[in-house]
Design a protein around this ligand. Sequence first.
Ligand code: PLP
Length: 487
Amino acid sequence: MLPLPQFDHASDEPIYRQLYAFVREAILSGRLAPGERIPPTRELAGQLGLNRTTVASAYELLETEGLIRGHVGRGSFVAGPAPLDTSILWNERFLSAPLADPPIPSLPPGGETISFTSARPAEDLFPIDEFRAACLEVVQGGEAAAILQLGSPFGYAPLRRHLLAGAPAHDDLLITNGCQQALDLLQRLFTQPGDAVLVEDPIYPGLKNVFARAGVRTVGVPVGPDGIDVEALPRLIARERPRMLVVTPNFQNPTGVTMPLAARHALLKIARAAGLVLVENDIYGDLRYQGEALPTLKQLDETGDTLQIKSYSKLAFPGLRVGWIAGPHPVIVRLADLKQWIDLHSDQLSQAVLLRFSESGRLAKHRQRMIEAGTARLHAVLAACQQYLPAGSRFTRPQGGMNLWVRLPEPLDATELLPRAQALGVSYLPGRYFAVSRTEPGALRLSFAGLPPDRIEKGLRILGSLFVEEVERMRSARSAGLAPAIV
Ligand SMILES: Cc1ncc(COP(=O)(O)O)c(C=O)c1O
C-alpha cells in the first residue's frame, strides 16, 4: 500500500514533483511491488488535500517513465517487471533542474476523444502522395550524393537561396531545426544568466522554457486584442533593461491575436530607440484566413536589424524540423558558428525535399488547401464558442493561425475543470501553461486547426455544457450560502 508523503510547502520543488519523487522512490526501493494498485487520482487527492490535477501530473510523469500503468476504469498499477537496479543513481547526477511546469496533460487512452491541445497541422491534410513524389525526385536526382554528404552549418545552399530570393541584400539566413532551435540559438548568442528578456504574456511555453533553462528572466508584456501592449514597453525597458524582445505579430500563440500596422510601426520605433535585439516570430504568418495581409516587422524595418524566425512546421510538416533565422550577415555568421558546435548542421534531405516541394508548386497548392481548411475550422470554432460557452465568457477572434484564447467567467478555473473535461473525452490547455508574469485561472487555449468542423462543434458542445453546469452549480452554492438561516 502507498504510504502518505509529507510535503515541503516552503520548497521551490512543485508539489506534483515531490509526490512524483515520493512514489518513484517507493517503486524503485521495492516498497511498492510490480502489479500493486496505487490509489486513483481522485482518492489520493482527497487523502492528501491536493488538487486532482496535481496528482494527475505526478502520475503522468511516472507513467512516462514506465513506472506505473493506467487502465481505464481500473485505476493505475505499478508496472512490472521491476525497473533495472542500475549501479549509478542517475537522479543524483542530473545537474539541470526540471521544468517548473507540470507535464502537458494528455487524454486517457481509449474511447472517442477530441483534443484542442496541440497547435499542429492535421495529419489528414498532409498531401502524402505529393510529398512522396518530392522525395523520389530528390533521391533520384543528380544531387543525391551531395545531399547525403556533410554540408554547410548555414544549411542547404539551394534552400537558403530560395528563401532569400527577393530579400534585401543585407539579409542573410541560417537554416535551423525549426523555430524552437532558432530561439535556443538566439538565447545562447545574446543572453546570459540573470539577464531579462521581454516576451508576450501569455506566451508559447517552448519559448519560456528556453530562457528559464538558461537562467534568463522572462518579463511578460501583456497581450491585448491588438497583440503585445506597445505602450507598456518604454516603462518595462527602463525598469528591466532587457537584452531582447521576442514578439509574434501574426496570430500569436496562444491568443491568436494580430498586431495592426500602426502598432508594428510603434514597436519598431521603441525597439530601435532602446537598441533592443528584436526577434520577430512569424511561424504562423502564412496561415491567414481572413483580412488583408500586413507587412512583417522585418519588412517594415528599414535598418534591417530585426531578426525573423520562421519554419515549415505550421504550414507543412512539423516532423521535418526545418526552420530558419533571417537577419544581418554578421549575426547569421555567429549563429552558424554556434550551431556548428551544437549539431554541425540541419538534416539536408529534409531541406532538399522541402525545396523540391516548394519549387514544384506543391507547397503553394498545399497552402491553398490549408487556408481553405483553416477558414472552415476558424469559422466553426468561433460559431461554437458563441453558441456554447457560458454567458460572461470572452474569446479572441483570430484572423489566422491555429489558436484561440478563451476567458471563462469567474470563478471558473480552467485547470480544475480539465480532468472533468477529459473524463468526457475533450481536452484543452489551461492558461497557466502560457503565463509569464500573470496567471488567469479562467483562461484556456483552444487549438482548432487539427480538428474538422464537426469535431470542433461537438467538442465545444461538451465543454460548453460542462462549463455552464459548473457556473450554475457555483452560483446556486453561493446563493445557498447567502440565504438567511431558517429559524
Ligand atoms: C509561437 C511558436 N514558436 C515556435 C514554435 C516551435 O516550432 P517549430 O516546430 O518550428 O520548432 C511553436 C510551435 O508550436 C510556436 O507555436
